[in-house]
Design a protein around this ligand. Structure first.
Ligand code: GLY
Length: 359
């Protein structure tokens, strides 16, 4: 039996993956079923679901791992594979892995023969609470993250927290950043639950319950605004600075995991929240120190501001050439579409650098 977390979004929490995936795919009208997975998930996660009745090993495509491979070349390989393996419009694609296979596979499915159905089976904490939910699909392009893509909801999402046994600590910690973000934008109650929790030494059942809570928060914003016209922008908290940190680190050849970049982005955007919306400075300091304890600090210098600003100016969330932020008035009280001046953005970088003794 699979407990249903969201009826609208077909999000299920699995207790027995092998059995549940079989049950789930039996509910889809399809001829052929394909699995897209990356190298790491192929090795560590596919054995948790295989063999499954109705899926041939020949229909499994393994793509190279990592965000640097979330590009047009890999996408082409997926289209090629589907096309040469006889996929048609009734075929079903299962994306097994972290955010990268879910985003890229979702986009490949959404565009192949004008769209086939896909199911996400996210294997990382980050993908379970964020990337696999909400229908953002796409690839990176010319150095910009998720530059090409479409909104298209997965037909179902199957969550199994036992995949966390396959993750190293940085990947668990990275996913936790999105859970922190969800709590901060949603409610004091959700936030209080996280402040009592230690991601470096957690109890599995407790994490599972927090994951379910986090998915429900994400789904609340997605269901109310699937194509990010207004309310869903709440989920971008920490991401305007965060994406710039992430792209910057990638260009420097010192990539950081997405959640770490979002955590650094949240520190800057908490400070901006103070400047623009009066978010209490005592809370900015307390939460920033908590984020620093969990995620450390990526060093930047004042020479890097120009490039970081350039990356932020390109962010696809901007409108009318203005840098757009989601900021907080208080925990659980956010405002979207807030602009800030260049000097305010630089003041946020300075606050961030003050947290870092050696930057
Ligand atoms: N990761 C933010 C969103 O899905 O809207």
């Amino acid at each position: 039996m699979i407990p249903l977390l969201s009826k609208e979004a077909n999000i299920y929490i699995s207790e027995d993956l092998k059995e549940d995936i079989g049950k789930l795919i039996s509910t889809f009208p399809k001829d052929k079923i394909f699995v897209l997975t990356d190298e790491g998930s192929h090795k560590h996660c596919l054995p948790k679901i295989f063999p499954v009745a109705g899926i041939s090993e020949d229909n499994v495509l393994v793509i190279p791992q990592g965000d640097k491979n979330k590009n047009i070349e890999t996408l082409q390989k997926v289209w090629h594979f589907l096309s040469h393996s006889g996929a048609d419009r009734k075929s079903l694609l299962i994306n097994l892995g972290g955010g990268m296979p879910c985003d890229l596979g979702g986009f490949a499915a959404s565009t192949f023969k004008r769209g086939i159905q896909f199911i996400n089976v996210p294997t990382t904490l980050l993908a379970q609470v964020d990337a696999s939910i909400g229908g953002k699909t796409g690839v990176n392009f010319e150095g910009f993250k998720n530059e090409i893509g479409v909104f298209n909801q997965a037909s179902a999402v199957l969550i199994d927290t036992s995949f966390f046994d396959t993750l190293d600590t940085p990947n668990i910690v990275s996913g936790y950043a999105e859970m922190i973000k969800h709590a901060l934008i949603y409610s004091k109650e959700a936030w209080d639950k996280l402040t009592d929790f230690d991601i470096y030494s957690f109890e599995k059942e407790e994490l599972k319950s927090l994951v379910a809570n986090s998915i429900m928060i994400k789904n609340h914003f997605v269901q109310n605004d699937p194509t990010e016209q207004f309310l869903r922008k709440a989920l971008n908290f920490g991401h305007t600075f965060g994406h710039a940190f992430e792209s910057f680190a990638m260009h420097e050849g010192k990539p950081v995991l997405h959640g770490y970049a979002v955590a650094y982005g949240m520190i800057c955007e908490l400070y901006l929240s103070h400047l623009r919306l009066g978010f209490k400075m005592a809370d900015v300091i307390e939460i920033s120190n908590m984020l620093k304890r969990i995620f450390g600090i990526m060093p930047i210098t004042s020479d890097d501001y120009e490039e970081l600003l350039r990356l932020m100016t390109h962010d696809k969330k901007n409108e009318d050439n203005r840098i757009n932020f989601t900021l907080l008035e208080d925990i659980g009280e956010m405002q979207v579409n807030i602009n800030a001046s260049e000097s305010e953005v630089i003041a946020a970088f300075e606050f961030y650098r003050d947290l870092c003794e050696n930057c």
